[in-house]
Design a protein around this ligand. Structure first.
Ligand code: DX5
Ligand code: ZN
Length: 234
């Protein structure tokens, strides 16, 4: 599977949000990742459907909404109206995960599930046929700029193995502490989508250079074309 890059706008300059999103699109990003935090599932409060709609208007890229909220089912229709392509709900936040994933699909969005670091893959095994993607949190959710948790590599591998043994095709995404240094091991373990906030929007040399570095590190098409693939290049 080709590696996809999903910049998280959590690390963007919100005063220039549309420009930041457009820079990511021009740099060849595959998704825009929108981190919704409610002050309850996690401490922080970030953004809701109003900001998601502004992102929708700024880009043609598919928009993934990562709901770090309690009772995520209460917000699905609002994010569908805001133009979300895909919605991640946390397995830990869903009383009836199977039902909620079905509701996301019924609203015309791609049903996807996110796992906190302590949550085992077995918790979602029986809903895997319903999902387009599983998001492995490689940090504790709640803030950007944290360090990648290496133990999560084993979880990525377990999900990639389940994907193969069940004959499914869901993406395995990684989110948290993804940089040109940590991305290669995640991809090697089976990750197919890299979510990155700080490494993209925090880069001193700009979004385009940052995305190129991530792709090169992940060994994607850009790396093969240019011959760059040095994980330490960023
Ligand atoms: C964390 C969010 C992430 C965050 C990643 O709770 O889910 O998407 O933006 O930020 P970095 O890439 O800085 O770790
Ligand atoms: Zn996220």
């Amino acid at each position: 599977m080709p590696i996809q890059v999903a910049p998280s706008i959590l690390a963007a300059d919100f005063g220039r949000l549309a420009e930041e999103v457009q820079a990511a699109e021009q740099a060849g990003a595959d998704w825009i990742h929108v981190d919704v935090m409610d002050g309850r599932f996690v401490q922080e409060i970030t953004m809701g459907p109003v900001v998601a709609r502004a992102v929708r208007r700024a880009t043609r890229l598919p928009m993934a909404v990562h709901l770090m909220t309690v009772e995520p089912e209460r917000h699905l229709a609002a994010f569908a109206r805001a133009g979300a392509t895909s919605v991640f709900v946390h397995a830990e936040a869903c009383q009836h995960l199977y039902l909620t994933l079905g509701q996301i699909a019924a609203l015309g969005m791609r049903p996807s599930v996110a796992l906190n670091p302590a949550t085992p893959p077995a918790q979602v095994e029986y809903v895997l046929p319903l999902v387009g993607a599983v998001l492995v949190m490689t940090v504790e959710p709640g803030e950007g700029g944290q360090a990648f948790i290496p133990e999560m590599l084993r979880k990525i591998r377990a999900l990639a193995d389940l994907r193969a043994s069940l004959g499914l095709a869901f993406e395995v995404e990684v989110d948290g502490g993804i940089t040109p240094t940590t991305a290669p091991a995640a991809v090697e373990a089976g990750a197919t989508v890299l979510v990155a906030g700080t490494a993209v929007f925090g880069a001193a040399d700009g979004v385009a250079a940052a995305i190129a570095r991530l792709r090169a590190a992940a060994g994607g098409p850009a790396a093969r074309r240019t011959g760059r693939g040095d994980a330490s290049s960023g």
